[in-house]
Design a binder for this molecule. Structure first.
Ligand code: ADP
Ligand code: PAZ
Ligand code: K
Length: 243
């Protein structure tokens, strides 16, 4: 049994896996990450290893000093990945994006894949049917957009994500919701369509903290799976250790 941990820029996601079955998922705030993880470890006494990937504020050492008595497998760029990395700056590619690409290749063989992770940032990753990782795009996520509008203006309030009633917002609040949410929906459809125009045999996977919220708003057919990064982390670990 594994405890798989994804350290993002907003929050930490953890899942207990028995082989490929996800038994329990927790979304954990940075403030109480140690207490929360220790609780999960205590509850699932068969956990034998922590599998961790981080683009956020925690490093391998933080998990070694967690004092859980468990081994820590920290996924890095030196781990083995099932794709050819054609990114021009591979040493700066986010480990979360590499793990998503890995999961897409292992779960969906012989397809062109787009993985979209709507978290703090929205990342787009493209892996072709020959398993070449080509790159993609990075843009601000939902919360980041609401916060930037508030933080960099004098008059705009900080709002929580909400579906806009119309494209044409008839008030300040509706204009902000339309700008953020319709803006992201158009961006997603635009990005997907521009790649679909040039390739066929496609799978599109949408994940991240905002994936369920966004999935209903898209015109394209996609697989929304909020657990895709955790599942991919589990698979990347198996891929590195099963032969
Ligand atoms: N309780 C919450 N706290 C913070 N963000 C949340 C919460 N619930 C949903 N979200 C949304 O999830 C996004 C963060 O998603 P997540 O995939 O966890 O990010 P990251 O992996 O970058 O930490 C935010 O943009 C926000 O809109
Ligand atoms: C783009 C990211 C900040 C996304 O982080 P997240 O939204 O998942 O917290 C992360 O993948 C990262 O730090 N990437 C490095 C730059 C790159 O991938 O090219
Ligand atoms: K992301």
């Amino acid at each position: 049994m594994l405890l798989v941990i994804d350290v993002g820029n907003t929050q930490i996601k953890a899942a207990v896996f028995e082989q490929n079955t996800l038994l329990k998922k927790e979304i954990i705030a940075y403030e109480d990450w140690q207490i929360s993880l220790k609780k999960v470890i205590k509850k699932f006494s068969e956990i034998s290893i922590l599998v961790v990937a981080s683009v956020g504020k925690l490093e391998k050492n933080d998990f070694l000093t967690l004092d859980s008595g468990l081994n820590v497998y920290f996924v890095t760029r030196e781990s083995k990945f099932p794709f050819n990395n054609l990114y021009a700056s591979p040493s700066t590619l986010g480990i979360d994006r590499m793990i998503l690409a890995s999961g897409a290749v292992l779960q969906y063989p012989n397809k062109n894949r787009i993985v979209i992770d709507a978290g703090t940032c929205i990342t787009y990753d493209f892996i072709d049917s020959n398993d070449n990782y080509l790159g993609g795009a990075i843009s601000p996520g939902i919360r980041l957009r609401y916060e930037s509008l508030h933080n960099y203006t004098a008059k705009l309030p900080l709002l929580k994500r909400e579906s806009p009633s119309e494209v044409i917002g008839n008030s300040t609040l509706q204009s902000i919701h339309s700008g953020v949410i319709n803006g992201i929906s158009f961006e997603l459809d635009g990005f997907i369509n521009s790649v679909l125009d040039k390739n066929d045999n496609f799978i599109i996977i949408l994940t991240g903290g905002d994936s369920d919220f966004l999935a209903e708003r898209l015109k394209n057919t996609i697989f929304a799976n909020p657990n895709f990064l955790l599942e991919s982390l589990n698979q990347t670990f198996q891929y590195n250790n099963n032969d």
